[in-house]
Design a protein around this ligand. Structure first.
Ligand SMILES: [Zn+2]
Length: 291
């Protein structure tokens, strides 16, 4: 999981390269592209806001978010742009001086960025912020990944729901809609479903979905739902099979693989053997292992 951006001394040149474009119009200059790739590494290929996996450094998979928006939004009025009321924070006069400030940039998934849009997180917007110095930490109402640790601000439960641990974390959860179940389903459950449907056979579906759970790409519940729906196998059996493969992935030894294969064979090849009947002894073994 992503916690905090932790640069090494070797990154200084990269940061200066991005800053060198100060004053120019925004575009993905070579230095920006290099910095984005480095951020992806430093973020462990996770969205800084939702922790969703970012598979590729390509359009449709990732975005480079300006934490403080870079430009004035259309129809921004003094009333809205200088208001500290949350409902007006999509209206902003922007902070063009930080367009090429690397510490104002962060990689997010497409969905988080689409919800954040031009949300302006400066705590007090009543006066124009014209300084070239980036605002000090306490003056931004937002999780700031260059100084904050994720787990101090947002907790993500095993089932991929989010809890606020600070007002900065709360702002991210609310604006990026990490508190909306239907939005969460579209973020993560869909990944599990696509993986299940893409798999060339039942075995591949179970092992890849178990790997997804293991790597915290989706939750157990989402993996079970995707498999049960795609393969028409009971949720109970799906969960048992995933758990057996998880035991194996976590170093549990080949014994679990053998059980996994037996249950799977019973489901796939031997329809005369009831699935529950075939799975029951293994389920008990799995319970003993978990205990
Ligand atoms: Zn995200």
């Amino acid at each position: 999981m992503f916690e905090i951006i932790d640069f090494s001394d070797d990154d200084d040149a990269l940061l200066e390269g991005v800053r060198g474009h100060k004053g120019k119009a925004w575009s993905a200059k070579a230095e920006v592209v290099a910095y984005r790739k480095r951020l992806l590494e430093l973020q462990g290929y996770r969205c800084a806001y939702c922790q969703g996996v970012i598979d590729l450094d390509e359009v449709g998979h990732r975005e480079l978010d300006h934490i403080l928006p870079k430009s004035t939004t259309k129809d921004c009025t003094i009333d809205k742009g200088r208001s500290n009321d949350d409902k007006h924070r999509q209206h902003t006069f922007g902070y063009p001086q930080f367009t090429f400030e690397p510490l104002n940039l962060i990689v997010t998934c497409k969905i988080c960025n689409a919800f954040k849009k031009s949300h302006d997180p400066l705590l007090d917007r009543s006066l124009a912020y014209e300084s070239d110095d980036y605002p000090v930490l306490g003056s931004i109402l937002w999780f700031y990944p260059y100084s904050h640790r994720y787990s101090d601000h947002i907790s993500r439960t095993e089932n991929w729901t989010y809890k606020r641990l600070s007002c900065q974390g709360e702002a991210v959860i609310r604006v990026c809609k990490l508190d909306k179940a239907e939005v969460l389903a579209s973020r993560f459950a869909i990944r599990a479903l696509i993986q299940a449907k893409r798999s060339k056979n039942a075995r591949a579906a179970f092992t890849s979905l178990a790997a997804h759970v293991h790597n915290e790409v989706c939750s157990m519940e989402q993996a079970v739902d995707a498999l049960a729906g795609t393969l028409d196998i009971s949720e109970n059996i799906c969960e048992q099979l995933i758990e057996l493969w998880l035991f194996y992935l976590r170093g549990g030894g080949v014994r679990h693989v053998e059980k996994f294969e037996s249950i799977l064979a019973a489901i796939v090849f031997d329809e005369s053997l009831g699935i529950d009947e075939a799975a029951e002894p293994f389920a008990r073994a799995a319970e003993v292992q978990t205990a």
